[in-house]
Design a protein around this ligand. Structure first.
Ligand code: SD4
Length: 328
């Protein structure tokens, strides 16, 4: 055994002995040669979420809580009628209902989720209330709506004229086919770490356009669409949820980081897992992960080219083209 590896193993055992997860992670990460990141930091799926990132940064740069930053950031696409994949303006299911999925997870490992929620513009905030004001993790459908109303949320019609027309047009053929990155704005997944080193994440979506009524994707499912472990890192994803649900993708990314991988290597492992399990489906469907570790380093990777993400770090909000498994 070479001296370096021996040293790593000894320090790893030392880390375990004192029971410090921080130290355990630092020790495992010694192999990494890339420069450490900085924080606060916020990262989101898809370029158009540059505005969401800016809203989150406002909270973070003022010394605020990462969870507040996540909520403020995700509110931006949720309220935007032009964003047809999130909140108000989201494309409906095949029966014309806008049904929303969202989840949120904090630095203490607490989580709240809503699935199949109708009529509430900001599902991310309802998810936060589930986490903070109930003993539960997931609330769904009409129960989630009743809960939201009891918490003071307003019931609204979320189907915009644009979305209704798109649904009418879809009904002519009534055929669902995943289309890869055509619009380049989609589900928002956001991860943030604040000045106090608290790592939080959230995800919000109207899911697949024209999905079956009642279909729930990966986005509100902890471990699939989002996972946060403050001692290690966090991951969130976008794309065809069924492939992520079957592979528990975001949890896999975080576990890879726990084993010492850089976030970039960790997201690559999750994408490769999906491609190797579902080679046929992967030809026509996109999945993309972003990850952030507790050092503020990030990674992003997708099956197909065309995925981009937004990173706000060191005072700069940048849209970055992600690398992909397939090159064309
Ligand atoms: C879903 N993962 O409902 C979501 C959709 C999505 O980019 O992320 N689209 O399957």
């Amino acid at each position: 055994m070479n001296t370096r590896r021996k040293f790593l193993q000894q320090t790893l055992l030392g880390g375990l002995a004192v029971g410090s997860a921080d130290r355990l992670f630092d020790t495992l990460d010694l192999d990494d040669s890339k420069a450490p990141g900085t924080f606060p930091v916020v990262i989101s799926t898809w370029g158009p979420n540059v505005k969401a990132n800016a809203a989150a940064w406002k909270v973070l740069s003022a010394g605020g809580y990462a969870l507040d930053a996540i909520e403020a950031g995700i509110h931006v696409p949720e309220a935007d009628p032009e964003d047809t994949s999130v909140g108000y303006g989201g494309l409906p299911d095949r029966d014309g209902h806008v049904t929303l999925d969202a989840c949120i997870m904090n630095e203490k490992g607490m989580a709240g989720c809503v699935t199949f929620l109708e009529h509430i513009k900001h599902p991310i905030s309802v998810a936060r209330k589930v986490m903070e004001n109930t003993p539960h993790v997931i609330m769904s459908g009409d129960g989630a709506l009743q809960f939201a109303l009891s918490q003071g949320f307003e019931k609204e019609d979320l189907l915009t004229e644009h979305a209704r027309k798109a649904w009418e047009a879809w009904k002519v053929e009534s055929k669902y086919q995943p289309v890869i990155n055509v619009e380049r704005h989609d589900t928002i997944g956001m991860l943030a770490m604040d000045t106090q080193h608290r790592l939080c994440g959230g995800c919000s979506t109207s899911g697949l356009a024209f999905k079956m009524h009642g279909r729930v994707g990966d986005s509100p499912v902890i471990g699939a669409g989002l996972f946060v472990d403050n001692e290690v890192g966090a991951a969130v994803c976008t794309g065809l949820g069924e492939m992520v649900l079957r592979t528990v993708g975001s949890f896999l990314v975080v576990e890879e980081m726990r084993r010492g991988k850089h976030p970039q290597k960790a997201v690559e492992t999750a994408v490769k897992r999906i491609v190797s399990k579902y080679p046929e489906q992967s030809k026509d469907a996109q999945v993309a992960f972003i990850a952030l570790d507790r050092k503020g380093r990030h990674g992003a990777y997708s099956i197909h080219p065309g995925f981009n993400y937004v990173l706000y770090q060191n005072g700069e909000n940048r849209v970055i083209e992600g690398a992909s498994f397939l090159k064309t």
